[in-house]
Design a protein around this ligand. Structure first.
Ligand SMILES: [Fe+2]
Length: 275
């Protein structure tokens, strides 16, 4: 029963009210516009409210004066969270540039910021749709797990009418390095392989700043669906169990919806019950 619930959990597109009636049933199923959301409402949860742009700062547990900045951009039809984070503005990381590259590029230009790396939590089109256009203006290597890189930049990953066929960026597309560590801009980023939503789903953890970018593995009050190609409810349970072992005050920036923490999700998220 628990596994079936995970498979049905879905995100709620920003334009659901406008589009749900116009979409045929197969599209509602594919994009998770149907029963999964009703399930959330049955559980007493409301549609996440996230400002279109926000910026947070996090102290460093090492006592360094460097603060880690996280800028959130909510983009595209599925209200995907795209993040730009940095300690030093000449080497920022971009997580999941999903859509609307203009707003992120304008932000980079205004602050005279240089991109050091693009970090993809997984390959779904709503998380990579703006990568090629952003990287053509602000080139930097792109990291994605090998289990997802095989299909990410192929036509089956297009989600018409919302996202056309993905364009492969001209910058290097790299696998997660051995040791699962990425070092950029004075930040040590640990990559956790958390399959389930897709085979190559990962979470990026900046441990000394106590933040985690969880992609579509863990949301506030919910988890990513596992019924799309590459999804696996058993692997998802294992991944969620591994996330439960992280520190309670680790702040979680999900791929959709508001910021949360591991401790809060362990208490409030029904999909973590018993893990
Ligand atoms: Fe996804």
């Amino acid at each position: 029963m628990q596994e079936r619930n995970i498979a049905r959990t879905a995100i709620r597109p920003r334009t659901l009210k406008k589009t749900v009636c116009a979409l045929p049933s197969f599209a509602r199923d594919r994009f998770g516009l149907g029963s999964g959301n009703r399930k959330l409402y049955e559980l007493g949860m409301s549609e996440p409210k996230v400002p279109a742009v926000r910026e947070d700062q996090h102290g460093d547990s090492t006592g360094s004066s460097d603060r880690l900045h996280v800028r959130t951009f909510v983009t595209g039809e599925f209200a995907t969270n795209c993040f730009i984070f940095w300690k030093v503005p000449d080497a920022v990381c971009v997580v999941d540039p999903g859509a609307e590259p203009e707003s992120m590029l304008t932000f980079l230009k205004k602050r005279n910021i240089t991109v050091a790396a693009y970090l993809l939590t997984h390959g779904h089109m709503d998380h990579i749709g703006a990568l090629a256009s952003m990287a053509s203006v602000a080139p930097a290597p792109c990291f994605i797990h090998e289990e997802d890189s095989t299909w990410t930049f192929t036509s089956p990953n297009s989600w018409e009418p919302f996202y056309p066929e993905p364009v492969r960026p001209t910058v290097p597309v790299l696998p997660i390095p051995p040791g699962n560590k990425i070092s950029k801009g004075g930040m040590q980023i640990t990559v956790l392989h958390t399959p389930g939503h897709t085979g190559g789903s990962v979470c990026y953890v900046v441990a000394d700043s106590m933040i985690c970018f969880s992609g579509d593995t863990l949301f506030a009050g919910s988890v990513g669906r596992t019924d799309l190609p590459g999804g696996d409810p058993v692997r998802m349970r294992q991944s969620l169990a591994s996330l439960c072992k992280l520190e309670n005050n680790l702040r979680v920036y999900p791929g959709h919806g508001p910021v949360t923490s591991i401790g809060r999700e362990k208490i409030e998220n029904p999909y973590l019950a018993g893990l």
